[in-house]
Design a protein around this ligand. Structure first.
Ligand code: FAD
Length: 373
């Protein structure tokens, strides 16, 4: 039924690969490009939710995620000393039987998605970006290697600092820093950590999540006015100071910190584009349209859902603009919920409000996200 036959996907991250899978499944010719010649991602853990596992099932990757990641149910909330404060239910009927929570290493998820996509034989060009783009029906594209192409659909999935967004909507403001830095420490799994565990009520927000049966990662959200990049071998000293007020498992991890610890620090930035995210056969998805801070651990899930919904809308309409309008209608409220509630949680964390107040926001948002997308 679709009028679109040729799609260009700009960016081979979580959103771009998910869109490419579903567009390819519907019989469309897909050309996916990524500017990174090695198509690699950095080695940090990410948390996945029940809704993220549900969309992974739709993408045909759930079995491998279950085998190579870690899943569980529920979310444990502790105080800064590791005493249990609350438990959050994560299961839900609308999750179609998938577990309610989990974690995985980002490079593992990347290779599962890319292997699934490769089976569908799209055209993939690495080390390539778009030099210029003239939206239309079709859209005309010139690539950085000088080659050109015309496409019925162009999908901008090139992340938070999207160059496609700048070409489509040049007046959009840049993403902004929210006053928190996310520290992640990858380590072997502590026997006491069986599911996602938050430590709230201290000066930072801390969480620990298994990403495989024998690995886990800790994240710590440091409230700080300005992000200062530190030399790699020195990061552990700063993290050590940030972890000092915490007891329990966090204190155990702190005792093992050293110059060789696997640590990644990222400033938290966000952008939420006003509707519409499309213009004449070109559409933005994932972080290019709605980059969230990670409080609800739903950025990757929203990116995957975008890809699936876009593929379904395009396959179900014989007019590309109608398909993109439908896509907008389905995606806007859900993505807005994630970005807004994550920012609310960030504000509560920085104000060091009671763990119970934060738990309520998480519970309500997760219950809404469990609903079908
Ligand atoms: C610190 C931190 C922690 C997070 N933790 C979690 C978590 O626990 N759970 C969760 O669900 N989400 C988490 N997120 C959010 C999640 O990482 C993102 O929402 C998700 O990666 C978005 O996917 P994407 O494909 O839209 O963008 P990206 O993952 O950024 O992928 C963009 C791709 O486009 C390519 N690209 C960029 N520019 C160009 C260009 N000009 N031309 C061609 N290619 C280009 C890049 O090489 C990359 O492959 C976290 C985010 C941060 C910052």
């Amino acid at each position: 039924m679709s009028a679109a036959k040729q799609a260009l996907v700009i960016g081979g991250g979580i959103a771009g690969m998910s869109a490419a899978i579903v567009l390819r499944e519907s019989g469309m010719k897909v050309h996916l490009i990524d500017r990174d010649p090695e198509w690699k991602v950095y080695g940090a853990g990410i948390t996945i939710t029940g809704p993220t596992l549900r969309v992974m099932k739709r993408l045909g990757i759930l079995d491998r995620v279950l085998a190579e990641g870690y899943t569980s149910d529920g979310l444990l909330v502790c105080d800064a000393q590791g005493n249990t404060v609350a438990e959050i239910e994560t299961r839900g009927e609308a999750l179609n039987g998938v577990p309610g929570a989990g974690g995985i290493m980002r490079p593992v998820l990347h290779s599962i998605l890319s292997e699934r996509l490769r089976l569908l034989a799209p055209r993939v060009s690495l080390g390539t970006s778009v030099a210029s783009l003239i939206p239309g029906h079709p859209t005309q594209v010139t690539f950085t290697d000088g080659s050109t192409g015309t496409y019925d659909l162009v999908v901008g999935a090139d992340g938070i600092f999207s160059a496609t967004r700048a070409m489509m909507f040049p007046d959009t403001p840049e993403p902004h820093y929210v006053g928190q830095v996310c520290w992640r420490l990858m380590t072997s799994r502590h026997p006491a950590i069986e599911r996602r565990t938050y430590f709230l009520g201290g000066p930072s927000k801390v969480g620990i999540n298994p990403v495989s049966p024998d690995q886990m990662y800790m994240f710590l959200l440091e409230p700080v006015q300005r992000f200062e990049r530190r030399p790699e071998g020195d990061q552990y000293r700063h993290l050590d100071a940030l972890m000092a007020p915490y007891g329990g498992v966090v204190a155990d991890l702190r005792a093992e910190l050293n110059a060789g610890s696997r640590i990644v620090a990222r400033p938290l930035e966000t952008i939420f584009l006003r509707a519409p995210w499309y213009r004449q056969g070109c559409v933005l998805i994932g972080d290019a349209a709605h980059a969230t801070t990670p409080q609800l651990a739903s950025g990757a899930g929203m990116a995957m859902e975008d890809g699936v919904v876009l593929g379904e809308c395009v396959a179900g309409e014989d007019n590309i603009e109608a398909a993109l309008a439908r896509f907008m209608q389905r995606r806007y409220p859900r993505c807005a919920l994630v970005v807004e509630k994550s920012l609310t949680l960030g504000r509560l964390e920085k104000a060091v409000t009671s763990p119970i107040e934060q738990v309520r926001v998480v519970e309500q948002a997760l219950a809404q996200l469990n609903q079908p997308y």
